[in-house]
Design a protein around this ligand. Structure first.
Ligand code: ADP
Length: 248
C-alpha cells in the first residue's frame, strides 16, 4: 500500500461553467517528491485543475485531499496556501523597486506591512534561510540588484524563491519557461528537478522539449479528464494522444 505517499488526491472532480464541463470526473494522484508535468491542448482544463487545487474554483462534484487529512474543499484560498500548497503563476509579481534579498525577506514575512518587515532585524536563521534560497534559485550574486532590473528568467526564479520562503510541500508551476531563452530554460529545468524530491512539483507546460527534459510522469488532459498518463515516451506513442494533438 503506497497511498501514504500520496500528497495530492483529486477524485472525480467536475467543474461546469454555464453547463460546459471544464473538468469532467478528473482523477489525479501526486506522490511525495514527484515532479509531474501536465500537458494537453488549449481548453483541456489545466488551469481549472490548478484553480481547484488552490481553492480558487470550487468543483461541483468530487473530492480533493492534501495528504491524508486535509480536505481542500473545506479550506479557503489563503488557508490552502498556508497548509503548504504554493502556486507560481505565469506572470511574475516581484516587487520591482526592492532588491532580490528584500523580495525574499518580504515573502518570508507574508502579509505584514512592507516597511515593518524591512526595518525589522532579521534573526540569524532567517538570514540563513534567505541565503539557502538565493543559492537554490541561482541568484546569490544578484542579492542587491533591484528586482525590476532582472531579466525575465531571473524574475521567474526569484518568484519561485519567494514561494520557497514559505516552504511549500506542493509547488504548482504554470508555464515556467514561456518567453525564456534556451539558457534560461535549461537553468529552470535544473531548478525544478532540484526542487522535487524534498517536495512535490506539478508543472503545466506547453513546451514539449522542456517537458521531455524534466518529467518522469506526464499526465495528458483532454476535455476535462485524464486522456493518458505515463512516461513521455509512453504518452507520445499513445494513439489517443497522437489523435488529440494532430487534430488540434
Ligand atoms: P487550459 O488551461 O487547459 O487551456 P482551462 O482550464 O483554462 O483550460 O479551460 C477549460 C475550459 O473551460 C475552456 O473551454 C474555457 O473556455 C472554459 N473556462 C475556463 N474558465 C472559465 C470561466 N471562468 N467561465 C467560463 N468558462 C471557462
Amino acid at each position: 500500500d503506497t497511498s501514504h505517499n500520496i500528497v495530492l488526491y483529486l477524485e472525480d472532480i467536475s467543474v461546469s461553467f454555464d453547463g460546459f464541463k471544464a473538468l469532467n470526473s478528473l482523477n489525479l494522484y501526486i506522490e511525495a517528491g514527484e515532479l509531474r508535468c501536465i500537458i494537453g491542448p488549449n481548453g483541456a482544463g489545466k488551469t481549472t485543475m490548478m484553480d481547484v487545487i488552490t481553492g480558487k474554483t470550487r468543483p461541483d462534484e468530487g473530492s480533493a485531499w492534501f495528504g491524508q487529512t486535509i480536505d481542500l474543499l473545506r479550506l479557503t484560498e489563503p488557508e490552502i496556501a498556508k497548509a503548504g500548497i504554493g502556486r507560481k503563476f505565469q506572470k511574475p509579481t516581484v516587487f520591482g523597486s526592492h532588491t532580490v534579498f528584500e523580495n525574499l525577506e518580504l515573502a518570508m514575512a507574508g502579509d505584514k506591512s512592507v516597511w515593518k518587515i524591512l526595518f525589522a532585524r532579521l534573526r540569524a536563521e532567517q538570514i540563513a534561510r534567505i541565503e539557502e534560497v538565493l543559492e537554490t534559485i541561482g541568484l546569490k550574486d544578484h542579492r542587491q540588484v533591484l528586482a525590476g532590473g532582472l531579466s525575465h528568467g531571473q524574475k521567474q526564479w526569484l518568484e519561485i524563491g519567494m514561494l520557497l520562503m514559505q516552504d511549500p510541500e506542493l509547488l504548482l508551476v504554470d508555464e515556467p519557461v514561456a518567453g525564456m531563452t534556451p539558457q534560461e530554460t535549461e537553468h529552470t529545468a535544473e531548478l525544478l528537478v532540484g526542487l522535487a524530491g524534498k517536495r512535490s512539483v506539478v508543472v503545466v507546460e506547453h513546451d514539449m522539449e522542456f517537458v521531455r527534459s524534466i518529467a518522469r510522469t506526464v499526465t495528458v488532459l483532454h476535455q476535462g479528464s485524464v486522456l493518458a498518463e505515463g512516461s513521455m515516451q509512453e504518452v507520445q506513442n499513445d494513439p489517443k494522444v497522437v489523435e488529440v494533438y494532430l487534430g488540434d
